[in-house]
Design a protein. Sequence first.
Length: 458
Amino acid sequence: MGGHRRRQKRFLDRSSCSSSLNFVTMMLVLCFLLFFWTGICLADGKQPNATHHHSSFTPINHDLYHTSGALLEEIEGLVDRHPDKLSIETISSKNKGYQAKMNVVTYCREKKECDGKSKLRILLSFGQHGRELITSELALRILSILSEEEFLPNTDRRSLNNTLDKLVIKVVPMENINGRRLVESGEFCERRNGRGVDLNRNWSVDWGKKEKDYDPYEENPGTAPFSEPETQVMRKLSMSFEPHIWVNVHSGMEALFMPYDHKNTTPEGAPSQRMRSILEKLNHLHLGDRCLIGSGGGSVGYLAHGTATDYMYDVVRVPMAFTFEIYGDTAASSKDCFKMFNPMDITTFNKVLNDWSAAFFAMFRLGALQVEDGLLHPGGVAAGSSMNKWISIDDYLNGYLMERRNRYGKKMEVLDLGMQEIRTYFRLFMLSSVLLMFMFCSRISKKNTRPIVTAISL
Ligand SMILES: [Zn+2]
């Protein structure tokens, strides 16, 4: 009897011990589940608490500004009329049911020399932020001048053509067409893409770091570097084109920025000095010395992490990587977004387009001069940047592998899994490992119970 009771007690002890073991395992599993769940939830890229600054302030003046559809039609018209100089391609990419389309216009006089890498390559992106419509108007103006339908004042066309013969220019007129459509539907403060991610925080250099004044409505970096189709397209484009000059065109202030955005210093050395000297010349010649010049991080008043220009400089190794801020109305109310980021009257509108198109063509000329002086090398990659720069594992995966893949053609297409997918698979793998461990442990604890009880009862 007593033995039985003792046996019973021991059995209970044992079982309570094993159940407390199970409890701990359960809690661990729950913690993991919670951890993964939050991760997966964030993968939607939507911020439930984001406040929508839908305002009834100044609307878009369509006497000055094209709709995105009309702008695209204008550009396609230019390409149709000038097939000897211009071509257009549409690249689309998709991620979790979200699709982004992007038009890329390539300018090259004398088409036969355009594929060989004998020219200076320039990549320009406009409209990365939805609300900055003026930037895409500048893209149209630059393309019109390139196709000789419009002319730069005080410029000798022959010497201009002499410069343009040495260049291939790729223009992305509307990088963030989905975000722009939101703006056109009345969300005048929207700068992010069609699912709420800031495309200038979605790149891998120092990605995801948040400053104290971080506002998810403005700066949501996405679930991972390159989580957004728009960023993926731009990365591929830059990796295959290997530009010597990159300009990310924005509005909100008047500034000529060079790296870095994620820290308040500029890179050291002569190539960095050359970047600065080009910016100083543009500012003096065409922008009335109005622009702030320096590192984005040091001049704008806040650090920005995961930006396109820092990636272009550090990973793609573009020797001249810039961010131009072409217009800003600092007196406008911060809720009156369209007014803050875009000129409202025709005089200012035209002045912005005249001044900045002149600045861009001056930059083309200065770039071509650097080739003549042997400071930029059309054949090689990024002559200015040192090759022994440290590359983080993340950048290695994100950029370096892609770069190899692009160099060797389509052979390694299988590797075209974004970091996003790799992370998801890793999560699933971890989750299943934990579940397996849990099942294994509970098995063992059951197995252990029986022999001990049996031993006592015998
Ligand atoms: Zn912007």
